[in-house]
Design a protein around this ligand. Structure first.
Ligand code: FES
Ligand SMILES: [Fe+2]
Length: 372
């Protein structure tokens, strides 16, 4: 049975209790992760091929491709893909590789097209992936055009997210909540490169133990240090980071307590995605490995407010605030990656309140061992 996530009033009461008792959520064991799991090339390749490409992972929000012809092209698990909405309204994802000699049929980015024409020799594909035409066709007398369309990737669009499964037939985890209804619009796409292994970067969202020391002037003035809720759902974990203004609910009846504006939920979607909630907006972040020691954080920022309004300005300010904290995390994570090259640690040790990280590593190991 799917795990049920706590409702707003339960979440707020649990946080107020932690404040009163000076406690935080803990899981039941410490975890030791071998440093080799961040540095061995074979392990890294297995994580790409056996974990990421075999899981249904969010590729982009539906709001990134709202109309027919809208596309998003980028690498996922080091494989070039393009997601496009067809004339029939269906979201499809293809390998971004021309069926002539393999060039990308569209450069990475976001845009809108009626067809895709490969830059190299101008083979042209429809939004449904079919090969429509090619210049000087007499040079390919036996070519079956019907057999030379773009190669599709298993695609599932559900609850405002477009998922891809590159290998196998895995479906999106039914435990994943409905984050983005039709009112959510894309306001920005960010791309930040961090010089650290993808798992080091993800560890940064799975604990609140570093809020005071790393985010002294950004998050800490508004948030608590080491006060998080850890809630598993499927292979995923919801981390909850309360704000100090949650105190205002002390005298509010439980049924009237709402989490909006008093905390951030960060939903880690196994293996390499997160949805984060903020007072002004929500974001979908995809942690894309570029190399064993480099990670691109692709950030889709979405809001449900009207552009040009005062509220929308608050969205932009809120997004800038969050990105300042992300920069601080990136600096620390790059320093961890340097530290992994030293003989200082054979294992990294995670404490009881870093249990979200333990779950993550256990599920990576389990996914790898299933295929051994
Ligand atoms: S490689 Fe695309 S048309 Fe030749
Ligand atoms: Fe952080």
């Amino acid at each position: 049975m799917a795990d049920i996530l706590d409702d707003d009033s339960t979440v707020i009461q649990r946080i107020l209790d932690h404040i009163d008792n000076n406690t935080t959520d803990v899981l039941d064991e410490i975890w030791r992760e071998p440093v080799a799991n961040y540095t061995l090339p074979e392990r890294y390749q297995d994580e790409l091929t056996k974990v990421m490409r075999r899981t249904a992972t969010p590729f982009c929000p539906s709001a990134a491709i709202p109309e027919p012809g809208c596309y998003v092209a980028r690498d996922a698990a080091q494989t070039p893909l393009v997601a496009v909405r067809g004339q029939d309204g269906v979201a499809r994802v293809f390998f971004n590789a021309c069926r002539h000699r393999g060039a990308k049929i569209v450069a990475d980015g976001v845009g809108r097209r009626g067809t895709f024409t490969c830059r190299y020799h101008a083979w042209t594909y429809g939004l449904d992936g079919q090969l429509r035409g090619l210049p000087h066709e007499y040079g390919f007398p036996c070519l079956d055009k019907g057999d030379h369309g773009l190669v599709p990737v298993k695609t599932t669009e559900r609850n405002g997210l477009v998922y891809v499964t590159q290998h196998g037939d895995a479906e999106p985890d039914p435990a994943i909540p409905d984050f983005f209804g039709p009112e959510w619009r894309l306001i920005d796409v960010t791309g930040d490169v961090i010089n650290a292994n993808w798992k080091v970067v993800i560890e940064g969202i799975l604990e609140g133990y570093h809020i005071r020391s790393t985010h002294a002037e950004t998050f800490y003035p508004r948030q608590f240090d080491n006060l998080t809720l850890i809630q598993p759902f499927g292979r995923n974990t919801r981390m909850t980071f309360p704000y100090r203004n949650i105190e205002r609910f002390r005298n509010v009846p439980a049924a009237e307590r709402r989490v909006s504006g008093v905390l951030s939920h960060v939903y880690h979607l196994f293996p390499n995605t997160a949805v984060s909630t903020f007072p002004t907006h929500q974001s979908l972040t995809i942690f894309e490995p570029l190399a064993i020691d480099r990670t691109l954080m692709v950030g889709y920022q979405l809001c449900d407010r009207k552009e040009g309004s005062e509220e929308f300005k608050a969205v932009q300010a809120g997004r800038d605030f969050v990105l300042a904290g992300v920069k601080e995390d990136g600096e620390v994570q790059a320093s961890i990656q340097s530290g992994l090259k030293t003989p200082a640690n054979d294992v990294l040790t995670f404490g009881l309140f870093e249990g979200g990280i333990m779950r993550f590593h256990k599920h990576v190991a389990a996914a790898l061992s299933e295929l051994d």
